[in-house]
Design a binder for this molecule. Structure first.
Ligand code: HEC
Length: 147
């Protein structure tokens, strides 16, 4: 009986969450900006709330966090989508690498495990959705005018 219950719960969660997601999308005034939320919660401490690299703990790092609003400008006006994606996921960084930026792919994979506990899930999909939302938000922060 106990296993029956624990297996049923995640399905219930989905039933409750789906209508909430749908209604959040259908009323523009209450739209949830997931990328922005994620950025403010996890990235702003170093990169700053506006992404310009002046977050409250930026001074404590060996390397200053780059200004994320100038990525397109520094790349001939084109947002360097895959470079940004890869540097956030950080899979090419060695486990004890020297970079100051956390390896977010790893963080999100651990979070996925905690979040879904005993349900089937695809950890890669969980990571991709979160990282893509943040990448899309950073894309919106880009300075468009010429210097
Ligand atoms: C602890 C501080 C810190 C946090 C938190 C942090 N970063 Fe960084 N980030 C850095 C530093 C420092 C660099 C420069 C590269 C390096 O040394 O790691 C960097 C580099 C980057 C780059 C590479 C820019 C380029 O030129 O390609 C991107 C993109 C980026 N961060 C996005 C993010 C996102 C998105 C988050 C939140 C999910 C985040 N960062 C959280 C410190 C941080």
């Amino acid at each position: 009986m106990k296993t029956f219950l624990t297996l049923r719960l995640p399905a219930w969660g989905l039933l409750v969450a789906l209508p909430m997601l749908v209604s959040a999308q259908s009323t523009p005034s209450q739209r949830v900006d997931f990328g922005q939320q994620e950025f403010q919660a996890r990235c702003a401490s170093c990169h700053g709330r506006d992404g310009k690299g002046n977050g409250p703990i930026a001074d404590l790092l060996r390397k200053s966090p780059p200004d994320l609003t100038l990525l397109s400008r520094g790349n001939g006006g084109i947002f360097p989508m895959s470079r940004v994606y890869d540097s956030i996921v950080g899979d090419d960084v060695k486990a004890h690498g020297s970079r100051d930026m956390p390896v977010w792919g790893q963080v999100y994979r651990l979070r996925a495990g905690e979040h879904y506990a005993d349900t089937y899930y695809d950890p890669q999909a969980y990571v991709r959705i979160r990282v893509l939302a943040v990448v899309e938000y950073i894309n919106r922060l880009q300075v468009t005018s010429r210097p």
